[in-house]
Design a protein around this ligand. Sequence first.
Ligand SMILES: N[C@@H](CCC(=O)N[C@@H](CS)C(=O)NCC(=O)O)C(=O)O
Length: 257
Amino acid sequence: MCLFCCRHSNSERDLSRNMVITLYSVSDGPPSLAVQQCLKYLDLEYNLVNVDFGLGEHMTDDFAKKNPQKEIPVLDDNGFQLGESNAILQYLADKYPKDETLYPKDLQERALVNHRLCFNLSTYYRYISEYVMAPIFFDYQRTPLGLRKTTIALDNFNTYLKRTRTKYAATNNITIADFQLVTATMCLEAINFDISDYTFVKTWYANYKEEYPELWKLVEGGMKEISAFEKNPPDLSHMVHPIHPVRKQTKLLNSDL
Ligand SMILES: N[C@@H](CCC(=O)N[C@@H](CS)C(=O)NCC(=O)O)C(=O)O
């Protein structure tokens, strides 16, 4: 890139920095925590709006104006609203680049990053969240099939890391894909799921924590919340959810105490 372009893009970045970024986020939501890590990595200032999942704040008509899917996170960059955490990560890394490694321009490296993001959405986080998260919040059980899907996803990720022999999920540097894969993996840690059979995943995860302690701190906060909910599931019996069966918790009567 020519010097002019560099200066141009830097000043563009500085100008953009004066604009207001707001992230609607849920404190223990892996996709939200992936975006929070990205904002931190990029040193971007932003307003954090904590959406209360338990109160169903994301299911209101008002929230549907921001995201018709009624899902968190949502980014608002000076009026430009975007849902789907992968799209948010790609947008932030492209719009506010800090280096050339977080979301590489090289086509094949970028393709691998995009692949890992798709893999996380279609398989890795999907199966982990079905197995770990859904039974915590809703009326689902952990089943042998759910466990099998989770171990298949772990095995797939392990194979990718084994093939590339890279320090991070797609390249030897941290990329936006790692933000997602780390938050998905922390769900397993939250329920003390043993990943030691997946040696490449285990090494990648440990290395991430060591090399990016500030990013890990964000993820760890969510993990601790999930871990507490695992032991003491939240009472969402008041919620009318369009998809998930809500657990009917019978209120303890005084006579039961
Ligand atoms: N594909 C979406 C998924 C986001 C997602 O699942 N968010 C959860 C919170 S962690 C949510 O909003 N769920 C809505 C609900 O279950 O009512 C993304 O990556 O942004």
